[in-house]
Write a protein that binds this ligand. Structure first.
Ligand code: NAD
Length: 506
């Protein structure tokens, strides 16, 4: 008898559900999904994009391969992409990671050239290399749960996605930052929408289109990675304000970091740097010279971690500069420095070289050594990677994040003096600092005083990102907000699952 009652109750319930399904408008947004993610469940409080129930809209969005005219379209599509990824699970994340890493390696030469032609800053060999090394960015394997087991059972803490992440990329490494962000963000189970720097947005959109084509082919997921085709400050604001965007990842200078922090959304900010280098009298000067040249010349000094100014103890400064010349860098004399300074900075009326807050001349940012040499009034041998000159500590080349293949060398009377000057030049960005020394007291004193996210001893800046030092790679180093070198866990919510008094197996 009771089983008959149950059967009739179940029949009624099924009929009611089928009746409701016949009228899509009766369904609440948070309880039902579009056909593309019909078996996924939207957690309560999650964003569900407006649906007109029109299949033609969905298929036309599928045909966009992630590239959209507006932030709203991009965010709506990315939310659908997120739900599709959620449905397909970890293996699909792994597939996306593999696609992005493989495409960056296979197309490094072509894409490096395309990015350089558009942005017109940096060096082709390094643009290519920055894509080849995307394979070093940590992915799905980084996401491992934490577990506890005790008298009261077991507890699992899982690293789970936010949903859609809004990401801002710089002009200095557009495709590499975008690709590295995708690996991290998708490995954590999220979708992403990019607002790229306008000076390198076409190459970014091209890469997004190509990634999506491969992702669609391999997984059937559409628009997991989206981009606004013509980014503007308004599209940045719309992206940040969109309901689907739960988290921001911002890579850029002081302006965009400030703007992101004012949005009210949680922002992971990879901000500016002006990395100082201290060289003391215990250092291997040959190694120091070669490291400084390698780091400061990389991609014409566009890296935020790149060596930007050197403080050398007075009695070894000449030896260091000789070692730099032996290693191939070219030294400018005082008048050549003066000419370069006038070309590299704009001074407000009444200011001269040496005054604070001159404006960096964008025409020289990321340009080749030959262009800077010409501005300084000299010719340098082909293959010269870096120019340098002796300056005082208040020189604009010390104070400003100039991003040119030139580095100023400043004599300091003591290690304490060098640390004080380095702290001033770093502007409290807490980004990167470097020491060449074999005195652990000097290393410790500088590490404590500078308080930077990366502190590198006896190597070039790249060693701080696993390139010649131990560690892993990211092109987004979250400095003011404190997450450090970003990795998949940076883009997760930690959620706890508790089983009380059971499942402990010993
Ligand atoms: P940028 O600040 O000019 O641009 C970065 C991005 O922010 C771009 O997409 C740009 O369109 C956008 N933007 C700029 N100002 C904005 C504003 N007020 N509101 C909204 N969006 C804005 O930087 P850039 O010249 O492309 O890159 C160089 C800067 O980025 C340097 O300061 C460098 O140190 C920093 N950077 C930091 C990291 C890091 O990992 N910490 C990595 C790369 C670059």
């Amino acid at each position: 008898m009771s089983s008959q009652i149950n059967e009739s109750v179940i029949r009624d319930v099924i009929q009611e559900v089928l009746g409701r399904l016949g009228n899509e408008n009766n369904l609440p947004h948070t309880g039902a999904l579009s056909s593309s993610a019909s078996s996924a469940v939207i957690p309560s409080g999650s964003y569900a994009p407006p649906s007109c129930g029109c299949d033609s809209k969905k298929s036309s969005q599928g045909g966009r391969h992630g590239v959209f005219a507006t932030a709203e379209e991009a965010c709506d599509a990315a939310q659908q992409g997120f739900l599709q990824l959620q449905k397909q699970g970890i293996e699909a994340r792994r597939k996306v990671e593999e696609i992005v890493k493989t495409m960056c390696a296979d197309r490094a030469t072509e894409w490096g050239r395309i990015e350089l032609e558009e942005s017109k800053i940096g060096r082709l060999d390094h643009k290519i290399e920055k894509l080849q090394i995307i394979k070093l960015v940590p992915g799905v394997d980084w996401i491992r749960p934490d577990a506890r087991s005790g008298d009261h059972g077991i507890t699992l803490e899982e690293y789970t996605p936010f949903g859609v992440v809004g990401a801002i990329t710089p002009s200095t490494h557009s495709i590499p930052t975008l690709a590295g962000n995708i690996v991290n963000i998708v490995a954590a189970g999220n979708a992403v929408v990019f607002n790229a720097h306008p000076a390198a947005s076409r190459c970014a959109a091209m890469a997004v289109r190509e990634f999506n084509k491969a992702i669609e082919r391999e997984t059937g997921i559409h628009n997991l990675v989206c981009i606004i085709e013509e980014p503007t400050l308004d599209s940045f604001k719309e992206l940040c304000a969109h309901e689907a965007v739960r988290l921001l990842c911002v890579t850029g200078g002081p302006g965009v970091v400030k703007a992101a922090m004012q949005t009210g959304k949680r922002a992971i900010c990879a901000g500016p740097g002006n990395p100082p280098v201290l060289v003391d009298d215990t250092a291997c000067l040959k190694r120091a010279a070669e490291s400084i040249i390698q780091g400061a010349s990389y991609d014409n000094n566009l890296l935020c971690i790149g060596e930007k100014e050197v403080f050398a103890l007075e009695h070894i400064a000449d030896d260091l500069m000789n070692a730099m010349q032996t290693a191939g860098a070219v030294r400018l004399n005082a008048s050549q420095l003066q000419q370069l300074t006038q070309a590299a900075f704009t001074f407000k009326e009444g200011q001269g070289a040496g005054c604070p807050h001159p404006v960096v001349n964008k025409d020289l940012i990321g340009k080749d050594v030959s262009v800077l040499a010409q501005a300084a009034g000299i010719q340098v041998p082909d293959g010269t990677d870096l120019l340098f000159a002796e300056t005082d500590e208040n020189h604009p080349f010390v104070d400003e994040e100039q991003m040119m293949p030139f580095i100023p060398i400043v004599r300091v009377g003591s290690v304490d003096d060098g640390i004080r000057a380095a702290l001033k030049a770093e502007h409290n960005y807490k980004h990167t600092s470097i020491i060449h020394s074999h005195d652990v007291n000097h290393m410790t004193a500088m590490a404590r005083a500078l308080d930077t996210t990366l502190f590198i001893k006896n190597g070039p800046c790249g060693a701080g990102l696993g390139l010649g030092g131990e560690g892993y790679l990211s092109f987004s180093i979250a400095t003011p907000t404190g997450e450090g070198v970003t990795n998949p866990k940076t883009f997760t919510r930690v959620r706890r699952c508790v089983m009380v008094d059971n499942l402990r197996i010993y």
